[in-house]
Design a binder for this molecule. Structure first.
Ligand code: SF4
Length: 277
């Protein structure tokens, strides 16, 4: 899979770089996250469709960036709804900042990405991401949950380690795309300790993805059944081989990998016995 001009993500079983969206895709703790989906996308190189919702988001981002860069207002009503959260045009800021080649590594792997807005305050730096959503009420995250996203954790680590700030504010500004145009901001300041703790989890996830990248049998790549229907549904549902083991992983915990009869009971018999207990 090639993305944003960086080339293939995985070559000969070795990850060349990781992006926030890439790690999110392969993290079962994130909405829509599934290691097997990550494998389809980045190891087998199967592109995913670009959705109408993503188009709306890209348009709003472009319009806001243009306004903050030049003062030229070509914003539609979705982008304009967030105007109350724009910094003054003369503020010290970076727009659509591209993370540099050697700026940040996760488990030794280059991190790539573009940060929508970096704002320099007196005692801290703020990293902000513009979000579009059908419903702020339903989908906007709580401020304290922003650090649980891969994206904001990566950006916070970049601001801390590359820019050298101890305290980092992470923010989402949500713009609603359906119903009355409106926007809201969620924001929290993180200490160095909090960023470090979350970073350990992100590094652990990167190491898991490194192992998965070397796999040659897709059936050995864990499937996250909980993610199959997230958002508009996984685009690989029509080809993904979901096995009995994928459907009931807890039932299989502790059972042998190769089904065979023991004590007159097959694996299926053992599973049925467990289910009826
Ligand atoms: S269909 Fe489900 S299990 Fe298969 S790759 Fe997609 S999310 Fe993962």
């Amino acid at each position: 899979m090639s993305g944003s001009g960086y080339g293939k993500t995985v070559i000969d079983g070795v990850i060349q770089y990781l992006s926030p969206s890439g790690i999110t895709c392969g993290d079962p703790t994130q909405a829509g996250g599934c290691e097997r989906r990550w494998y389809y996308k980045y190891v087998l190189g199967l592109k995913e469709p670009f959705t109408g919702s993503q188009r709306i988001g890209v348009d709003a981002h472009t319009q806001i960036e243009k306004y903050l860069e030049s003062g030229e207002d070509c914003m539609g009503q979705i982008a304009r709804s967030a105007r109350q959260f724009f910094p003054p045009l003369e503020a010290g800021m970076l727009l659509e900042h591209r993370i540099g080649k050697d700026d940040l590594k996760v488990a030794g792997i280059r991190v790539v990405g573009h940060i929508d807005l970096v704002l320099f305050e007196k005692n801290h730096v703020e990293v902000l991401d513009w979000k579009t959503t059908k419903s702020i009420k339903m989908w906007a995250k709580r401020s304290q949950d922003l650090i649980k996203t891969v994206q904001m954790a990566l950006y916070a680590k970049w601001a801390q380690s590359f820019l050298g700030f101890d305290a980092v504010r992470i923010s989402h500004v949500y713009m609603q795309t359906q119903g009355r145009p409106q926007a809201d901001k969620r924001s929290v300041i993180l200490s160095a300790e909090k960023i470090e703790k979350r970073w350990e989890e992100i590094e652990a996830r990167a190491r898991i993805l490194s192992d998965i990248a070397k796999e040659t049998d897709i059936l050995k790549v864990p499937a996250n059944r909980n993610a199959c229907s997230d958002f508009k549904g996984c685009p690989r549902r029509n080809i993904c081989p979901i096995t009995t083991k994928d459907k009931w992983p807890a039932l299989f915990a502790g059972l042998r990998e190769t089904p065979k009869k023991t004590n007159g009971l097959s694996i299926i018999d053992e599973l049925k016995a467990r289910k009826t207990k």
